[in-house]
Design a protein around this ligand. Structure first.
Ligand code: AMP
Ligand code: GLY
Length: 446
């Protein structure tokens, strides 16, 4: 069977790596891919949002299954177009992808389905939104969100009314997010620990994956600006089996059912971003795709044949598959980033030490922002690598992941040094303190 993976990040490299392990898969293509996918699949120079050319390629190559990684093509309707062309595809339709494409839509449908989530109001006009903030008496803390897709940048966690007013102006007056910011959602500020639960869904059957925890803040101790994710680990002690069951019962089943009722049948990967509050889990957001870097941590532990599962999901046959099999070991993924990320960052730096990193046992370096130039792999994005390892415990997996990180060098490279500490309550292990010669700086403030 031939598979096409659409996208070019760490999530897509992980999908390619995992799908390649399936005995039924003969060829894998990745469009447009990165240097890592180029080593394990055939990269095709077509952008993830160029739907007509992707369809032309899939028809010409007789692709059996296309797996869509990122949200932008899903929200643009890539799945509908593939299906119209008679092609099998894993991902939600345009109507179902609204769950990520519009925060207001997501909040409204959650409300209808009685799903626990933060209280909210939506506004188009800045003066009305600001009046709402001014008049709110019992709190000074708000979360302001641009309604549409803003590459993870349209969320402002505001700890004062001044900050909230400023965030509203940035979205509705200065139009920093263009059309994605034609409306704002103002949410109640939730307190708790965050975790992600992902599930494969075929419209009716829900297959939860092992839970993971992402580190969204740039710097150690969850400080600094929000990023796409600086690391992840799985499993997470905060999501027990009982809690997974509760999330499935109170959140995943009701949303899949409500989407079905609304004529927006959900197929693909449903990602619930959760805040574990003292009143129980509440949904921060839904994503309609696999998370990045959660995918790296979670798929590292998946033992089942992923191609088989994704085929079944695309065909509405998830009820026929065997329960997913998981490696009982823990995994940790450390993201290595370019100087400047998550603001303007440097690219075009040659990467060294990838071969040495590959020799660290039970580790895998997933590429995100990389490009092959002749014999050399260069940095080509903000998040450059997701260095992932398995270990008998989270602490062991962390040790191995950072051992591999220490092998890799490029100018300006940095990473957080505390990935998974949240789970273990540990400080940095002395054995993984970085040597002074290293070019990798730990959580450097840039
Ligand atoms: P989102 O993209 O909606 O998940 O938001 C990005 C980040 O903002 C989340 O990972 C949380 O850290 C934070 N956040 C979002 N909504 C809330 C909320 N209602 N209360 C507190 N923090 C939030
Ligand atoms: N890791 C967060 C995301 O994929 O949205």
């Amino acid at each position: 069977m031939k598979i096409l993976v659409v996208g070019n990040g760490g999530r897509e490299h992980t999908l390619v790596w995992k799908l390649r392990q399936s005995s039924s898969v003969t060829n894998i293509f990745c469009a447009p891919g990165n240097a890592g996918t180029g080593l394990e699949a055939t990269n095709i120079d077509i952008a993830a949002t160029d739907i007509p050319r992707l369809i032309k390629f899939a028809i010409a190559e007789k692709i059996d299954l296309t797996v869509i990684g990122p949200e932008a093509p899903l929200v643009a309707g890539i799945v509908d177009e593939f299906q119209k062309a008679g092609l099998r595809v894993f991902g939600p339709s345009k109507k179902a992808a609204m769950l990520e494409g519009s925060k207001k839509f997501a909040k409204e449908i959650m409300k209808k389905a009685n799903i626990p989530t933060a209280e909210f109001r939506a506004f188009r006009k800045a003066d009305e939104a600001i009046r709402y903030i001014d008049e709110k008496e019992n709190t000074d803390r708000f979360v302001i969100k641009a309604d549409g897709l803003a590459a993870g940048k349209g969320v402002f966690v505001c700890l004062s009314k001044d900050e909230a007013r400023e965030a509203i102006r940035r979205v509705l007056v200065h139009h920093e997010f263009g059309k994605a910011g034609s409306e704002v959602v103002i949410e109640e500020f939730l307190v708790g620990e965050e975790a992600s639960l992902l599930a494969f869904v075929d419209g009716t059957t829900i297959v939860p994956l092992e839970a993971a925890q992402d580190h969204k803040s740039a710097f150690d101790g969850d400080s600094g600006p929000n990023t796409g994710g600086m690391g992840a680990y799985s499993p997470t002690p905060v999501i027990t089996t009982e809690l997974t069951d509760l999330v499935v019962e109170k959140i995943l089943i009701p949303i899949v059912h409500e989407m079905q009722k609304a004529g927006r049948r959900f197929c693909g990967c449903l990602y619930a971003g959760l805040m574990l509050t003292n009143q129980g889990p509440k949904v921060l957001e839904f994503n309609v795709r696999l998370g990045d870097p959660e995918t790296q941590a979670v798929l590292m532990r998946l033992k089942s044949d992923l191609a088989h599962v994704l085929f079944a999901a695309a065909d509405g046959k998830l009820h026929e598959i065997e329960p997913l099999e998981w490696d009982p070991r823990s995994s940790v993924c450390v993201v290595m980033a370019s100087a400047g990320y998550p603001s303007a960052y440097e690219t075009g730096k040659p990467l060294r030490g990838l071969d040495a990193a590959a020799r660290v046992p039970d580790s895998k370096v997933f590429h995100a922002g990389t490009i092959q130039q002749g014999d050399q792999i260069m940095s080509d994005g903000g998040r450059v690598l997701g260095v992932t390892a398995l270990g008998d415990t989270l602490a062991h997996a962390k040790l191995r992941a950072y051992q591999a990180v220490k092998c890799i060098r490029w100018e300006g490279a940095w990473c957080r040094k505390d990935i998974s500490d949240k789970a273990t309550g540990r400080q940095v292990h002395p054995a993984i303190e970085i040597s002074t010669e290293s070019e990798v700086s730990w959580s450097r403030l840039i």
